[in-house]
Design a protein around this ligand. Structure first.
Ligand code: THU
Length: 133
């Protein structure tokens, strides 16, 4: 059984459906319960319909009934660690905290860790929404 986030991310990356970009990404989240949820990118011939690895992992976590993530790991085969796209930073921020660490690694052995606050400074959040009614 896979126990580390990095192993889980590397393993699920192999299942990525990325025939258009040939860029496979794996993501693993540790939820508040301690459980790991994984996702990979799933591309589509109608290109904008593709989804990122992080989005898949978040969907798996929420589908399992959890809404709090405490650690994230993303892996790709790239010359440098791949940072989550802008949309995924906002999606991760929905379920993490500013201090939540996101480790980005490459299959070539490089690794870099940043917090969600560092990845998405000034994030739009619930504090910006005035209660209505
Ligand atoms: N991709 C991810 O899944 N996560 C990231 O953090 C960066 C990009 C995917 C989207 C697309 O399938 C492929 O990588 C190339 O952009």
């Amino acid at each position: 059984m896979v126990e580390s986030l990095s192993e889980a991310a590397a393993e699920v990356r192999q299942n990525a459906h990325a025939p258009y970009s040939n860029f496979k990404v794996g993501a693993a989240l540790r939820a508040a319960s301690g459980k790991i949820y994984v996702g990979c990118n799933v591309e589509n011939v109608a290109y904008p319909q593709g989804t990122c690895a992080e989005a898949g992992a978040i969907a798996a976590m929420v589908a399992a009934g959890e809404t709090e993530l405490v650690k994230v790991h993303v892996i790709a085969d790239a010359p440098m660690p791949v940072t989550p796209c802008g949309g995924c930073r906002q999606k991760l921020a929905e379920f993490g905290r500013g201090v939540t660490p996101v480790t980005m690694s490459t299959t070539r052995g490089e690794s870099m860790t940043m917090t969600l606050d560092e990845l998405l400074p000034g994030a739009f959040n619930t504090a910006h929404i005035e209660p209505k009614g």
